[in-house]
Design a protein around this ligand. Structure first.
Ligand SMILES: [Zn+2]
Length: 214
């Protein structure tokens, strides 16, 4: 699905979207549930891009449905794989995922990448790396032009932005703070992993108002 010029939501990862930015250096944002590797390659090819030309893979956070194909994609493309320094130990298995996420990763067994770089504090390849902790300790949102990739900071349920279920978050107060913080940024498109991309900034303001009411 085309979002804007050179930005696509990969249909093969529907359920936990991976996004493709075809810029000077092509970039993948998140990699979907495990087992989608072949379909992702096929879809990238269908967009007239050689998957081997992907230079970077940006992970929003450590959850299995986001890092699911990171190891295989990194091998195939030799892209640099990036994540927050707080989430890297979970992805590499140096730290156990908490609660229900432990069971999910036991069942889904995502392959561990060989190497992950920690994000710099600000900008990487024209993308602003914004720390938005709460769903996981090192969750980031990524701002490219007027398109905000939010990972699981919020999802889209039938056109409404929703916070992720409380039980899956590392810190629910931090999520609220992260949502309020993002309202200060300029963006038009909101691209969540769960649910369809939305072209509405008003929705974000509504979400912030609702936090105030709680
Ligand atoms: Zn997710």
């Amino acid at each position: 699905m085309k979002i804007a010029k050179n930005v696509y939501a990969l249909e093969s990862t529907k359920g936990s979207y991976s996004y493709l930015i075809i810029d000077k250096e092509p970039i993948l944002v998140d990699t979907g549930y495990p087992g989608k590797f072949e379909d992702i390659l096929k879809e990238i090819n269908s967009l007239n891009l050689d998957p081997k030309s992907i230079k970077h893979i940006f992970l929003t956070h450590h959850d299995v449905d986001h890092v699911g194909n990171a190891a295989l994609l990194q091998k195939e493309t030799s892209a640099t794989l990036w994540a927050s320094k707080h989430d890297i130990p979970y992805i590499l298995g140096d730290r156990g995922r908490p609660g229900i996420k432990k069971l999910i990763s036991f069942i889904m067994r995502p392959k561990k990448p060989e190497k992950i770089q920690a994000y710099p504090d600000t900008i990487l390849e024209d993308i602003q790396i914004i720390s938005t902790p709460g769903h996981t300790p090192g969750h980031v949102s990524l701002l490219y032009k007027d398109i905000l990739f939010v990972g699981d900071l919020v999802g889209n349920t039938n056109g409404k932005l929703k916070k992720p279920p409380k039980f899956g978050n590392s810190n629910n107060k931090s999520i609220d703070e992260s949502i309020i913080k993002m309202n200060e940024y300029d963006f038009k498109w909101i691209c969540p992993a769960h649910g369809e991309p939305l072209e509405l900034k008003d929705e974000w303001e509504q979400l912030v108002k609702n936090i105030g009411r709680n």
